[in-house]
Design a protein around this ligand. Sequence first.
Ligand SMILES: Cc1ncc(COP(=O)(O)O)c(C=O)c1O
Length: 456
Amino acid sequence: MHKIDIELVEMTMDVMKYAIDRLSATQSKIGKPKTEAKLKELVGETITDKGVGGEYAFNLWKKYLMKATVPVDHPRNLAFVPASPTRASIMFDLVTSASSIHGAYWMEGAGGIFCENEAMKWIVSLTGLPEGAFGVFTSGGTAANLSAMVTAREHWRKNEAFKGEKGLIITSVGAHSSIKAMAKVIDVDVLLVDSEERLLGEALQHTINGLTEHQRKRLFSVVATGGTTNAGIIDNLDGIAHVCKKENLWFHVDAAYGGGALAADSVRHLFNGIEKADSITIDPHKWMFSPYDCGAVIYKNPELAKQAHSQEGSYLDIFKDEGAHGFNPTDYQIQLTRRVRGLPLWFSLATHGTDQYKKAVERGIELAQMAGKMITESPHVELVREPSLSCVLYRRIGWKPEDYTHWTYENHKKGFALVTPTKWKVGDTYETVSRFCFINPDTTGKDIEMILDTMK
Ligand SMILES: Cc1ncc(COP(=O)(O)O)c(C=O)c1O
């Protein structure tokens, strides 16, 4: 299994051909899921005592299994937050795998970690955080949010007065589900400001003023969103930063989706105040065109993250020794063994330069504006709210929730598009609406027009 033979050489060629075909394809298909039973019926038993052989297994992948997946970079995949990794980054993802690098400690991963850090310096520079701020790449936004929340909580708990207290954080209804999920992981309570619209400093202050004395004691952090997943809304970061400073609270900005837009001159001002954050989440695998999985967590004071996350063990001492000196990414987030997952981003940034990134992000914003205009001019659909960043919420006049579901399935079944419904909160009720999220710069006005036409 670890030997080099002719079969391995042939398999290498097959894999390279597959990668080349995929990278040079101008049109990919939107695949469809099948039930597990159906997939099993198609591929049969693949894990056996003697193995079915690489060629056979690879053919099953190409013939059946790959087709049961939806490529995130299809230009008409506008669901959730899609992705559009650059070809350079995908190629370097292969190189990253082939290089077998342990990315936890400088001693083992120096070359790879150096590249990650070069890419990270660019990301940090976009935030405007002060000198000394730095970050690490994580498996995604959820892990980045968790790492930041643990750091905030540990920092807070250094005060003897809070040692026995269960923590409390404030965020808004628009915050991503991972904030609530990760709060469960670290066993802290979450108080939601009840609006999906932009969270303002005044509303935050009002919420804090309404806390009981004990709740106020337990409150240690506020999580603002720099581009909500549902609607692309950026909270009033400057106003929230002001309240956090006054109330001595850790200020975290979840910009997992919207963070890429820090590179876009047309909307950069909307993020003013992000430079005052204690920690920020940005996902390069969303709007920075990296392959999965690649998130990032950035700290104003990385030393606090190190105090919270650095793992101790006699088997780890050597990595922290003088002789191994260098930056150890494991010290700043929840994971020990890690892929150098920032490496594909580094290669793509080095290849194309940051101007191309600006342009590609601006294109997503432009597509959202184009879609907004088309929706306004079409009698059968209407905007729910003005497009924000690259998100567009719109309704098909007269449709019920089940119509949206049926329409999504129909377009998916045809392999035409993946556009999924969401809900928008109006007063106390939630309305089912349709949503576009643009990431792929190759999406065209024609794609949008064709999708809207299927709603007629
Ligand atoms: C604002 C925001 N935060 C966090 C996440 C979670 O990121 P991930 O799926 O990479 O864990 C998402 C995902 O869409 C998001 O949009």
